[in-house]
Design a protein around this ligand. Structure first.
Ligand code: AMP
Ligand code: MG
Length: 293
C-alpha cells in the first residue's frame, strides 16, 4: 500500500495479511495517524499548528504545542542542545537573520524529525490495535522505516550516486532490521537545490546556515528504545557532523545507534561505518572503513 502524505510517499507492507480485513483496519489507522501529524507539524501548510504558532511569535514551542506532538518539539530541541546546534530546528530564524530565508521557511522546522515521529505514533497505534497477536509490518515514510511487530525485514541502502551514473547499482548495501528497530536515511540526492551547476544539499549546518557538502548520504539504525524519530533526527545530525565528530557524538549520547556515511566522492565510492554498523552490513558494494576517532 502506497500513498502520498507529508510531502513524501508512505508505504506499508505486511508479511502476513492473510487477514485482509485486519490489514485494512490497520491501514486506516496508520493513514489517519500520519494525516494528524501533518496537520499539526507541516511547515508548508499555513493552517498547521506549527505555522500558526510561528506566525503568533511563539517562543515556548514545547509548551504551546498540542500534547500529542510535544515529544517531537522536545526531541528536536534536545538534539539541538546535545549537538551544539549542528541539528537546529530554528534554522528558519537563522536563515532569515543571515538574509537567506526568502520567506520560504517557517521559523521552526521539524522537517528533519517529524516523519520519524509520525512513524512512531503509527507504530504505537498498530501495536495497541493488535494487542498481543502475531503480526509483522514494515512502515516506510519517505525513507524512515520501522519494523513493527515480529519478524525481520531486509532493507537496501540506496546508492546516492545512481542519479548521476545510471550504470551504478541501485543498492549499495543491505541491512536486516529486527522487530522494533528503525532505519532512516538522509541523502543529498533526495532533495537538493542546484546553484552554478553544483548540487547543494537540503541539509544546512545549523551552526552556520551553510549548505553541508562532502557527504552524499547517511543511514542510521536505532533500537526500539530510541525509535524512528531519533533515527530521523540523528541521520540529519550526523549528516552535518560528518563521520569523525558524528561517531564521537553517538558514542557519548546515543551509544545504541548504528550509523554509516557515504562520502560525496563518486570517483572512489566507499562506506564509513561505526563498528556495529559495519558488522550489520551485507553485500556492501564498496570498501567499508571505520571513522577516524
Ligand atoms: P532529513 O531529510 O530528515 O535529513 O531532513 C532534512 C530537512 O530538515 C530539510 O529539508 C530541512 O527542512 C530541515 N533541516 C535542514 N538542515 C537542518 C538542520 N541542520 N537541523 C535541523 N533541520 C534541518
Ligand atoms: Mg532526518
Amino acid at each position: 500500500m502506497r500513498w502520498p502524505v507529508m510531502g513524501t510517499v508512505a508505504q506499508m507492507t505486511s508479511r502476513r495479511h492473510a487477514d485482509e480485513r485486519k490489514f485494512g483496519e490497520l491501514f486506516v489507522r496508520v493513514q489517519a495517524s500520519y494525516s494528524r501529524v501533518e496537520k499539526l507539524l507541516s511547515a508548508w501548510n499555513p493552517e498547521s499548528e506549527l505555522s500558526r504558532l510561528s506566525a503568533a511569535g511563539c517562543t515556548n514551542w514545547t509548551e504551546a504545542a498540542s500534547p500529542d506532538v510535544r515529544p517531537c518539539y522536545a526531541a528536536a530541541l534536545r538534539l539541538a542542545e546535545e549537538s551544539g546546534d549542528a541539528f537546529n530546528p530554528r534554522i528558519g530564524e537563522k536563515l532569515r537573520a543571515l538574509g537567506m530565508g526568502h520567506g520560504r521557511y517557517s521559523r521552526f522546522d521539524l522537517g528533519a524529525i517529524a516523519k520519524g515521529f509520525a512513524v512512531d505514533m503509527a507504530a504505537e497505534e498498530v501495536e495497541r490495535a493488535m494487542g498481543g497477536r502475531y503480526f509483522s509490518l514494515l512502515l516506510d515514510l519517505g525513507g524512515n522505516l520501522r519494523a513493527v511487530g515480529a519478524g525481520e525485514w531486509r532493507t537496501g541502502v540506496r546508492n546516492p550516486f545512481r542519479g548521476v551514473d545510471a550504470s551504478q547499482p541501485e543498492i549499495c548495501a543491505v541491512i536486516t532490521l529486527v522487530g522494533g528497530e528503525s532505519v532512516a536515511t538522509s541523502g543529498n540526492y533526495e532533495r537538493f537545490v542546484e546553484k552554478d551547476g553544483k548540487r547543494l544539499s537540503h541539509i544546512l549546518d545549523g551552526r552556520t546556515g551553510e549548505h553541508v557538502s562532502g557527504i552524499a548520504g547517511v543511514t542510521v539504525v536505532t533500537p526500539r528504545e530510541y525509535g524512528a524519530m531519533l533515527a530521523d533526527g540523528l541521520s540529519t545530525t550526523l549528516f552535518v557532523l560528518g563521520p569523525e565528530a558524528g561517531a564521537a557524538f553517538l558514542k557519548r549520547r546515543y551509544p545504541q545507534a548504528l550509523a554509516l556515511w557515504i562520502p560525496d566522492d563518486p570517483a572512489s565510492p566507499r562506506i564509513i561505518a561505526t563498528p556495529d554498523m559495519a558488522y550489520r552490513l551485507e553485500r556492501a558494494a564498496w570498501p567499508v572503513a571505520s571513522p577516524r576517532m
